[in-house]
Design a protein around this ligand. Structure first.
Ligand code: NAP
Length: 287
């Protein structure tokens, strides 16, 4: 028998701690596999399952999981904002993003974090060997993923952090929202004309819809890194654009996914799992 993590099912003892990822839909989630591999590698006694939360019953589903002994949850679409609302103790990462991707249950307290941005930064700096300090960094998109990424990137002291979005107003709103923490350059894609960036991150959902972004020519500096947040889709239109512009370092978001999972695992269990073998296992070639 195999469980939904694709790992051999193991008998649960009454001491086994329970974790889950909640989303809707959820069948596609790699989180049970990732956390199952982390638990195996670190010898942690835990069960990690996937829960399809009802669209109109997220808070009830979380309460039911807590009542059944749940210790923590990852939260994915479309519940990241609702998870923020039920948190009693949102950490800074969650407060600034206004969204949550990890919960920890302690008595009556619901602690909340957003590890997406930190996962992205860890992947770029540790795994891909590209320090962000002093770099010109561009994030395309102004949705939840960008909100989560701004502070962790700004904390690395890039020379410039720019956010471009189809709806420029949404990008400008981020400049206002983060003004106390960092100075963002914001606008639409056309305003990027004549600018070059060392790191270009696609945090739009165009990797799923197959639309191309209207990036001006010359936006990728020589030696640039092109980072697509969507993962497992091969060469997305953004990565094809980057390749056509001569970018050699093309990556998708599988490393970010595994790194944010590692942050949550350490937060819950106090043990840091090795991410590299898990990233390797989940990587789909970019062809
Ligand atoms: P979101 O809040 O829905 O934001 C979507 C963004 O995409 C918005 O900025 C939107 O622009 C832009 N967009 C959508 N269609 C577009 C188009 N045709 N042309 C130009 N821009 C377009 O989504 P999100 O939560 O930020 O997530 C963004 C992507 O990151 C998702 O695909 C998600 O799968 C991925 N992600 C990956 C990880 C990971 O671990 N690797 C983690 C989080 C998210 P407008 O504002 O103009 O509509």
């Amino acid at each position: 028998m195999r469980d939904n993590a694709g790992l051999p099912a193991k008998p649960l003892s009454p001491m086994t701690d329970r974790y889950a990822v909640i989303g809707n839909p959820i069948a596609h989630s790699k989180s049970p596999l990732i956390h199952g591999l982390f638990a195996q590698a670190t010898g942690q006694d835990l069960e990690y399952t996937a829960i399809e939360g009802p669209l109109d019953g997220f808070a009830d589903a979380v309460r039911a999981f807590i009542a059944a002994g749940g210790r923590g949850m990852n939260v994915t679409l479309p519940f990241k904002l609702q998870a923020f609302e039920i948190a009693t103790d949102p950490m800074e990462s969650a407060r600034l993003a206004g969204a949550v991707n990890a919960l920890k249950f302690e008595g009556d307290r619901v602690l909340a974090q957003n590890f997406d941005g930190l996962g992205l930064v860890n992947d770029i700096q540790r795994n891909l060997g590209m320090p962000l300090k002093g770099k010109r960094v561009l994030i395309c998109g102004a949705g939840g993923a960008t909100r989560g990424a701004i502070l962790p990137i700004a904390q690395q002291n890039p020379a410039l952090l720019a956010v471009a979005n189809r709806s420029a107003d949404k990008a400008h709103q981020l400049r206002t929202d983060f003004a106390a923490h960092t100075t963002l350059q914001t606008g639409g894609y056309a305003e990027l004309a004549g600018e070059r960036f060392d790191v270009v991150i696609n945090a739009t959902s165009t990797g799923l819809s197959q639309d191309a972004l209207p990036l001006p020519e010359g936006v990728f500096a020589p030696g640039a890194l092109a980072y697509e947040l969507v993962y497992g889709k091969g060469l997305t239109p953004f990565l094809k654009q980057a390749r056509a512009a001569g970018v050699a370092q093309l990556v998708d978001g599988v490393g970010m996914l595994v790194e944010q999972a590692a942050e949550a695992f350490e937060w819950w269990r106090g043990v840091r799992p090795d991410t590299r073998p898990v990233i390797q296992r989940l990587t789909v070639p970019l062809v």
